[in-house]
Write a protein that binds this ligand. Sequence first.
Ligand SMILES: Nc1ncnc2c1ncn2[C@@H]1O[C@H](COP(=O)(O)OP(=O)(O)OP(=O)(O)O)[C@@H](O)[C@H]1O
Ligand SMILES: [Mg+2]
Length: 475
Amino acid sequence: MIPLTLAQIAEITGGELRGDPAAVVTGEVVIDSRRAGPGGLFAAVAGEHADGHDFASAAVAAGAVAVLATRPVPVPSVLVGDVPAALAALAKFAIDALPAVAIAGITGSSGKTTTKDVAAQLVERLGPTIAPAGSFNNEFGHPLTVLRADAATRYLVLELSARGPGHIAYLCRVAPPRYGVVLNVGHAHAGEFGGLDQVARAKGELVEALPADGAAILNADDSRVLAMAARTAARVVTFGVDDRNALIRAADVRLDDLGRPSFTLLTPEGQAGVTLRLHGAHNVPDAVAAAALARELGLGLADIADGLCAAVARSRWRMEVRHREYGVAVINDAYNANPESVRAALQALRHLAQDGRGFAILGHMAELGDTSRASHEDIGEFAAQSELAGLIAVGEEAVPILAGARRVRSWTGEALAVPDGTAALDALANQLKPGDVVLVKASRAAHLEGVAAELLISNGGATRPPVPPGEGAAR
Ligand SMILES: Nc1ncnc2c1ncn2[C@@H]1O[C@H](COP(=O)(O)OP(=O)(O)OP(=O)(O)O)[C@@H](O)[C@H]1O
Ligand SMILES: [Mg+2]
């Protein structure tokens, strides 16, 4: 955070100052009062379960200099009409004061966080980098991340999300990116957008925001993404796996026993072998996108390849593979779910379970709109075609998955609908054998991550850490 006095904060946000105008904010700006610390600023927002204003005093007691609030609080504050707008104004002011920072934005329907985390681990090799933890990608998380930049920062690697038209354009006005990565156009939130073409419209706002001396880094394997080349003034850099014309490409993709991909990274500067520590082939385009971004920022091929091999999953519950005693593996991919990411996870499950049986505990995929039922049925069909031994649908909205599975006449696996995660655990109790693999996946609202954690400890099995990278034969 660049130091700002309360007087400056009031002026930038158009707010009313209730406190010492000369007091200086030097620490982090946070919206979670438990994270408030010395020198920081606490932004009070009303959430689903709690109202931040109730924690204003606690935040100041923890060291926050003041509170950004929409109603009076009994501690030093700046009263504003709208907290996200105030955060955006502060972030814009702060980043404009740091012209040496190169700003990169990453968007797409699936894989933003994965790509952002891998890209950050590459870009950190070039210099001080700020990237959000987890999915800080909306009108709250985005400005909070931008505000973490200071005079030492050289790179900002941001995740940009949209739930409707104009959202990404808004985030790009807060922190104008010079580099923009678009991963894919898929069905995440497609119901809210009204269809894939509308999703493409919205995601493409990122490349529309890029300057002529910037770079639009586009997935050549996704026609809707590639078409965004016509919407940008920036130079276009393509990446991909299948498209042989992509500038930065992964070829010869193989998976080891645990589904970790190895591939040859092809670039204009030469090629290099890469083995990822991430599980599932779907991480390959994400990794190549991260490589393309790091290359634009000036990282050399050897460092890119080395960095990709070293990169770990920094954010939780995305394809976490853990083993419990007796050789049962659990894939915790419970962070979120949409049709593309469920298919990707089922493919990884099939690969991991090739020497045993595969089970999937699937909750519903949220926000799919009119196509929701059909999408769930299609996922069930795909799951059955993946030859799972068992498919457990958790919750009412996930039941159509089973109807889809039954469309596959040749499927001999077991299908079961259960009301909640506990019932799913009961259904699997005492069933699992060495070599079995269980995937747990659902939209965030289903909170199935606890089921994955429970699976690792149930039946009295002690957990053991995942096999270190490098082990396991490549397939
Ligand atoms: N390229 C991809 N194609 C399909 N699925 C993917 C891809 N990359 C990641 N995933 C899967 O999508 C899910 C979400 O991954 P991640 O958190 O990286 O995406 P995100 O775009 O940040 O999601 P959110 O919109 O929830 O922030 C995970 O299950 C992950 O394994
Ligand atoms: Mg995310």
